[in-house]
Design a protein around this ligand. Structure first.
Ligand SMILES: Nc1ncnc2c1ncn2[C@@H]1O[C@H](COP(=O)(O)OP(=O)(O)O)[C@@H](O)[C@H]1O
Ligand SMILES: [Mg+2]
Length: 283
């Protein structure tokens, strides 16, 4: 059975697709087989990334690992027009086909859809990127505007709560809490320490109340988006695959990705870029 990792947050632009793509590339780089499903039928950022990847590899006669994309789920435009029932049936078929892989990574839309709920109900792990802002925090918990204390968990926390309940009903022996939920800050700025400290404090309180872990964040870096048109990520860069000049920022980004993977209990490969840079410096 594939380990199911759902990247979710009911807000657009939080970094779900970016995280999904990087986890995918990071896992494939270690030789794991990975299946993917892109449930954002409108944006299709993950599917678009993979189309770019195939085109770039082809044009450059290069090879890099590709994930399994279950047939039942590849025609996004058609799926977007299909009924909810049809979409869910396709989801089931694609989910079943994915089980031959070691991992299944599911990217979700920034909203509450039947498909997204189905995916959350199947997750072994949920990763939620958010910006270190009280605006994003609002999806996890409600803050008192005067005291800034936590009033109650809110919509996305409820989605996870329901997914945990669904899983508990499917598998009563395991009980509640069998979805490992990791929240990570994305697009962290170098400065702005004061706001971040206040968000962090409240995030800690919420983490205990609704049951998530807080993972290492990703900084706001050009490298996380500049390789998208090539269908590549920092995890793919090697001596053969190098569409841009490699810098120390790439090494730092690789390290952030490795830390994130470790927080999820995933094996992160050896850092060939850092080795490369060391070798370059030595030469
Ligand atoms: N850590 C980051 N550094 C720089 N740009 C980022 C980072 N994370 C996301 N982005 C950019 O932010 C935008 C939204 O990210 P995306 O992954 O598409 O979010 P979502 O899938 O949640 O809607 C994209 O343009 C993406 O390239
Ligand atoms: Mg997206």
């Amino acid at each position: 059975m594939a380990r199911v990792i759902v990247v979710g947050n009911e807000k657009g632009g939080a970094g779900k697709s970016t995280l999904a793509i990087h986890l995918l590339a990071g896992l494939m780089q270690t030789g794991q087989s990975v299946a993917v499903m892109d449930l954002d039928l409108r944006q299709r950022s993950l599917a678009g990334f993979l189309a770019n990847r195939r085109a770039w590899l082809n044009a450059n006669s290069a090879t890099a690992p590709l994930p399994l994309e279950p047939d039942a789920f590849t025609d996004g435009a058609k799926l977007a027009r299909a009924s909810e029932e049809e979409q869910l049936a396709r989801f089931e078929a694609a989910f079943a086909a994915s089980q031959q892989a070691d991992y299944l990574i599911i990217d979700t839309p920034g909203g509450d859809t039947a498909l997204s709920r189905a995916a959350h109900g199947r997750a072994d792990q949920v990763v939620t990127p958010m910006n270190d802002s009280f605006v994003d925090f609002g999806l996890l918990g409600e803050i008192d505007p005067v005291t800034l204390n936590l009033k109650r968990p809110s919509i996305y926390a409820e989605t996870i709560w329901n997914a945990r309940k669904d899983k508990a009903i499917d598998n009563p022996q395991a009980g509640l809490g069998q979805i490992d939920w990791l929240v990570v800050m994305n697009r962290l700025a170098v400065f702005d320490a004061r706001n971040r400290r206040r968000v962090d404090e409240r995030l800690d309180i919420l983490a205990k109340r609704v049951g998530f872990r807080i993972g290492p964040g990703l900084r706001d870096r050009v490298i996380y988006r500049e390789l998208y048109p090539f269908g590549l990520t920092v995890a793919d860069l090697s001596e053969q695959i190098r569409p841009v000049e490699i810098s120390l920022a790439h090494v730092a980004a690789r390290q952030e990705l490795r830390s994130l993977m470790q927080a999820l209990g995933l094996e992160a490969g050896a850092d060939v870029i850092a080795d490369d840079l060391d070798a370059q410096q030595a030469a």
